[in-house]
Design a protein around this ligand. Structure first.
Ligand SMILES: Nc1ncnc2c1ncn2[C@@H]1O[C@H](COP(=O)(O)OP(=O)(O)OP(=O)(O)O)[C@@H](O)[C@H]1O
Length: 708
């Protein structure tokens, strides 16, 4: 295979590529300088338009300047496509051959951002540009006009050290022997992990590229086995969409990625900035909809009911039970005269407004308007002069305002939920025929909170409050939201996310087999309905990049039990000795775990010890007592970076990965919750190089008699 690892100091090809890299770095430096020194529009008149324009220009300039910063440890380009001469650049006899326009081929260098020289001639093309797609998709069966694909190897300090050529078609002759991208891909995947997730821009695979570059609409849902690159696809897709649709997305409210918890968001936080995208909101679903602080874990049965979409109807009824007609006649005094509106007339207005599908919050204004009109008509019918001032005056009339306050009480979402979840009678009225008596009892708030501040709200309550808030006033929407680990969202959370995307679209990422929440589903259709995206395109990723085949095959033994409809995932690589199972003596479980950690630490990269939530803290203590430097996930935000060894409560393992993983006592993880086997499946699929299972209790049936 035409891979080369020559002595970089002497290989002329490497010397010339290094020289080109140096030129490109210098050109990027000039581009950065140009942006930084560009003046914004100046105007001394303090005209608001100018100030606004200036602010916009300044923030745009800052964003562009940030995107053009040359990060010393990030290679400027990672690949090259060679086309026949003249296929890309117009032949110009006056223009001498250059690195990009060599006599034998037009060369397109592909990198994380676009770089051009002083004449605006492109030196490096952004990986998101249309022409770059061939770098990820072209193959010998479909060369897309490409003669040769070159991939580069770099040292940790971004020094170009190697290249690998893959001839796709030979001009005028049979295709040359194909090389393979597998070596660089494997090297990239197996590079020891330290710290947060990295971008995969140099090695995006064809099936991933099709999803990254899928159009903004329709909504895309990616079902993928562990380690197939769903998170990576979602992040690169954001960068791609911002490249192709930046203005539209900005006008529509921007872009966000929603992840399952803070540890996960901390893990992925560097990927988008490394791709030059710094303005993307990264939030948990709770952060997206928080109106009150969460101070309580919900009891599982209550969480189940509160997450159910039926709660939307209960809340709708509770809110819309508030507008009531007056029982007495409304008397409006104007000068010496009195005008009367009878209860039936007022009731009619109320019914008409309720039937119009307006937001609750718009009601009072519209009601004032209607009542003022009715009174004005009476005045006109009595032959008194009226003009536009009359209507304005009536709209401010105290009697009318007081009547409207009683007919259409102001609603506050938090107070509404507090009243609904603390008052059995009120709840019974709103939930009649929707929730059983037992379910109604389950959703009541604990204690006797006196006000919204003293109530102990849970995560599940947040989605209910958000539902009420949205009935009162529609929330601000966003241009695009990427939702990761979506299989765990409750229907009520889905509704909360979906209503923030009514004009935009979503990218929904997840794995049915990793569903651990009480609402986990067997397929994506109902979840997509709750997100308001029933017509989403569902794509499947099956090739696992993270987990060696031995480990994924082992974990997949759980699939017939936990996700019978799903096909078994495949691992793209095997790693000898990747799987170990140790049965420890009952009185030495913690000692055996400490020993497993010491052994794992002899290798490179990160080590994660995943244990049942209830056991993680005690194991962490023991590791510290044994003199091991270990962090505990869930406390400090930088726990994943502070130490090589981290204890991970199983509930926080989702989406993470470590070079070596030790899973403590699988049976306890499985027994800890109703969907414990799904949780165990997550824990078993976090390893890049090695998985060591340490147990004293018998393993779950499907995992018995297995050795790596
Ligand atoms: N094309 C690729 N090139 C290099 N690395 C890749 C590629 N695709 C995925 N990876 C790596 O594989 C690992 C798993 O990717 P990722 O976390 O995106 O998978 P996932 O499908 O979201 O997994 P999970 O379901 O377990 O959360 C990451 O380290 C990622 O960088």
């Amino acid at each position: 295979m035409p891979e080369r690892a020559p002595d970089p100091a002497v290989d002329p090809e490497i010397r010339s590529e290094r020289a080109f890299l140096a030129d490109a770095r210098a050109a990027l430096g000039r581009m950065h300088e140009d942006v930084v020194t560009t003046e914004t529009v100046q105007d001394s008149s303090e005209d608001a338009d100018y100030t606004f324009t200036n602010r916009l220009l300044a923030s745009d300039r800052q964003r562009r300047a940030e995107a053009l910063v040359d990060l010393p440890d990030v290679p400027l380009f990672f690949g090259r496509l060679d086309y026949p001469p003249g296929a890309v650049y117009e032949a110009d006899p006056a223009d001498p051959p250059s690195a990009t326009r060599a006599p034998e081929a037009d060369r397109v260098y592909i990198g994380r951002r676009h770089v051009h020289d002083a004449d605006a001639t492109p030196l490096i093309v952004d990986w998101r540009a249309r022409i770059s797609a061939a770098f990820y998709r072209a193959g010998r069966d479909d060369p897309q006009g490409v003669l040769l694909r070159r991939r580069y190897g770099f040292s940790d300090t971004a020094e170009l050290t190697a290249y690998e050529d893959e001839p796709l078609s030979a001009p005028g002759g049979p295709a040359a022997e194909s090389g393979s991208a597998d070596t660089l891909l494997a090297a990239e995947i197996e590079r020891p992990r330290t710290g947060p997730m990295r971008d995969i821009v140099a090695t995006i695979q064809p099936e991933q590229d099709h999803l990254v570059r899928a159009p903004l609409r329709p909504t895309l849902c990616v079902q993928g086995a562990p380690g197939t690159g769903k998170t990576a696809v979602g992040l690169h897709r954001i960068a791609y969409l911002l490249y192709t649709e930046r203005d539209r997305l900005r006008q529509d409210g921007g872009v966000a990625i929603v992840g399952p918890n803070r540890s996960f968001l901390s893990y992925i936080r560097n990927v988008l900035p490394a791709l030059g995208e710094v303005g993307v909101r990264q939030a948990t679903v709770e952060e997206l909809i928080d109106r009150v602080p969460v101070r309580r874990d919900e009891e599982p049965h209550a969480a189940r009911v509160k997450g159910d979409a039926r709660m939307a109807e209960v809340i709708r009824r509770a809110l819309w039970a508030q507008p009531r007609p007056l029982e007495e006649t409304l008397v409006v005094e104007r000068g010496s005269r009195k005008w009367r509106l009878h209860p039936e007339e007022l009731a009619e207005v109320l019914t008409e407004l309720r039937g119009r599908g307006i937001g609750y919050g718009a009601g009072p204004n519209l009601l004032v308007q209607r009542i003022a009109h009715l009174v004005m008509r009476q005045i006109e019918n009595a032959g008194e002069p009226c003009d536009s001032g009359t209507l304005t005056e009536l709209r401010r009339n105290r009697a009318i305002s007081a009547a409207v306050r009683r007919m259409w009480p102001k609603a506050d979402p938090v107070r509404l939920l507090l009243a609904l979840l603390t008052d059995r009678d009120r709840l019974a009225r709103a939930a009649d025929g929707v929730l059983t008596a037992e379910e109604q009892e389950a959703v009541l708030l604990p204690g006797r909170p006196r006000g919204p501040k003293s109530a102990k709200w849970s995560t599940a309550d947040l989605a209910l409050i958000d539902e009420a808030a949205a009935l009162i006033e529609r929330p601000a929407t966003m241009g695009h939201i990427v939702v990761d680990e979506a299989q765990d969202l409750s229907p009520m959370q889905c509704r909360a996310i979906g209503r923030r995307c009514t004009r935009g679209s979503l990218t929904v990422l997840g794995d049915i087999a990793q569903g651990t929440g009480p609402w986990a589903v067997g397929d994506w259709s109902s979840l997509l309905e709750h997100l308001g995206q029933p017509d989403a395109h569902v794509a499947v990723l099956e090739r696992g990049f993270r987990v060696p085949a031995q480990i994924i095959d082992y974990a997949a033994r759980l699939l017939p039990q936990i996700a019978p409809g799903l096909g078994a995932p495949t691992g793209v690589r095997r790693a000898p000795g990747a799987l170990r199972v140790t049965e420890a003596a009952r009185d030495d479980r913690l000692g055996a775990l400490a020993l497993a950690c010491r052994e794992a630490l002899k290798g490179d990269g990160s080590v994660g010890l995943v244990a049942a939530d209830a056991d993680a803290a005690a194991i962490h203590e023991r590791l510290l007592a044994e003199g091991l430097e270990a962090g505990l996930l869930g406390g400090a935000e930088d726990a994943l970076e502070a130490t090589r060894l981290v204890c991970v409560p199983a509930a926080l393992a989702k989406g993470l990965e470590f070079d070596s993983v030790i899973v403590a006592e699988p049976a306890r993880i499985a027994a800890a919750e109703p969907r414990g086997l799904h949780r165990l499946y997550v824990a078993l699929t976090r390893a890049v190089s090695g998985l060591h299972i340490v147990h004293t209790d018998p393993l779950p049936q499907a995992l018995r008699d297995a050795r790596g």
